[in-house]
Design a protein around this ligand. Structure first.
Ligand SMILES: Cc1cc2nc3c(=O)[nH]c(=O)nc-3n(C[C@H](O)[C@H](O)[C@H](O)COP(=O)(O)OP(=O)(O)OC[C@H]3O[C@@H](n4cnc5c(N)ncnc54)[C@H](O)[C@@H]3O)c2cc1C
Length: 380
């Protein structure tokens, strides 16, 4: 497909990922959704292809591609299965990115080559029973004890946690300092005092697995502190801001599948002697989907290009995340509507997209948090 906004290298990458997704992911997406089990072998497959490392430099095991290639990867994966994209995204854009952006050289060399090869899988834990949209409410506590920290508390709704090898955990190291008293830690799954609940039942994203992690006097060596003590909050924000662009790409991919599903259905569904796609209401809805999705993709691409150009991108990342994820929700709801009763049936793709989309507006900073961020940058 011709796209003057992408370079030949980017188009080739997108088409290669698309072919892989159409062969390996799309045909299995509905089954994986019902089985509620993440196909963990995909981490290694994508690692071998060099795609987990798309946004990471070669010296840490990445393929040196940058943020645009990573956005293309997220959009294509999510077009095949949003749940599969979610697991890959948490592992790369959150867990591995945290080690890359905040870790020491030693930590990067220890964790990243295996993570980017898909041999070790990561998860990202900041949400807690009492801390969601507002990260300052984190109450998981890490107390210094000689050369170690003792971690107590719990992390809720953590994607990949049922099988993750390493966990990036936001904890309070000096509660009296509030946001400036939080730190990040790399917790290894087999450390004493770490337990993970059974996977939760969710509305959508069936194939992605999430659970609660509990830390009970878990002793972590100080070498597993990520970045300087008490700067975890500011560091977490940096990781989350980059992740917003991936989230936006994710929304675009999911929205595109929903649009394609409704085009296919309304073209073949006959009512009143003609395909329903000949009705003006249906045509206009499809036209609005295509327009909004294109705008969402251009915002996403723009934010990713700013990252690659090392220009400020916070505002654009929030705008892309806000618009693309709300567009995904709108498109998936309209797609189900256009597919009628058939779309409401459990075997239809439209109902899966409808169940999958909503979480994109909740994770990585809810829509309200994105609007607050954008408004703040407008000086209001
Ligand atoms: C499928 C799924 C996967 C997830 N994976 C992870 C993961 O891997 N790691 C992780 O750490 N977390 C994960 N989460 C949790 C996610 O980070 C939280 O859902 C998110 O942070 C929102 O928190 P909350 O759900 O507690 O909502 P709350 O904070 O309770 O918010 C409830 C509502 O109030 C609104 N609100 C809150 N504060 C404000 C404000 N200041 N101004 C205006 N409105 C506000 C919110 O926008 C929201 O609409 C996941 C959640 C889901 C559903």
């Amino acid at each position: 497909m011709i796209d003057p906004t992408l370079t030949p290298e980017e188009i080739q990458f997108r088409d290669t990922v698309r072919a892989f997704v159409e062969k390996e992911i799309t045909p299995n997406a509905a089954r994986w959704d019902i089985e509620e089990k993440y196909p963990q072998e995909l981490f290694q497959k994508l690692g071998e292809l060099g795609w987990l490392g798309a946004a990471f430099p070669e010296e840490v095991g990445g393929s040196g591609g940058g943020s645009v290639l990573y956005a293309l990867l997220c959009a294509e994966l999510s077009r095949g299965s949003a749940a599969i994209a979610l697991g890959i995204y948490v592992h790369t854009a959150l867990a591995s990115a945290a080690v890359f952006h905040l870790g020491s050289d030693e930590q990067k060399q220890h964790w990243l080559p295996d993570a980017l090869a898909g041999k070790k899988v990561g998860c990202w834990g900041y949400a807690e029973p009492g801390a969601g949209a507002d990260i300052s409410c984190v109450s998981t506590r890490a107390v210094k004890d000689g050369d170690d920290y003792i971690l107590n508390g719990s992390k809720l709704y953590i994607t990949n946690s049922p099988f993750a090898d390493f966990m990036i955990i936001v904890a309070s190291t000096e509660p009296e300092k509030g946001l400036k008293g939080m730190s990040l830690f790399i917790v290894e799954r087999d450390m004493k005092g770490v337990s993970v609940s059974a996977p939760f039942k969710k509305l959508g994203m069936g194939a992605s697995e999430m659970a609660e992690i509990v830390f009970d006097d878990c002793r972590i060596p100080a070498a597993n502190l990520l970045g300087p003590e008490n700067f975890g909050f500011l560091q977490a924000l940096k990781v989350l801001t980059l992740g917003r662009i991936a989230s936006a790409a994710f929304g675009v991919g999911l929205g595109r599948s929903a649009m394609e599903e409704s085009i296919s259905y309304t073209n073949q569904r006959m009512q009143g002697g003609k395909p329903v796609s000949r009705h003006q209401f249906v045509r206009f809805t499809l036209a609005d989907m295509a327009t909004k999705l294109e705008a969402a993709w251009q915002l996403t691409l723009h934010a990713a290009r700013l990252v690659d150009a090392e220009a400020p991108y916070d505002r654009e990342a929030s705008m892309a995340k806000l618009f693309a994820t709300e567009t995904a929700t709108w498109t998936c709801e309209r797609a189900l509507h256009l597919c009628g009763a058939q779309g409401y049936m459990r075997e239809s793709n439209a109902q899966r997209f409808y169940r999958d989309c909503k979480v994109l507006e909740l994770g990585e900073g809810t829509s309200e948090i994105q609007r607050e961020t954008i408004a703040r940058m407008l000086g209001v």
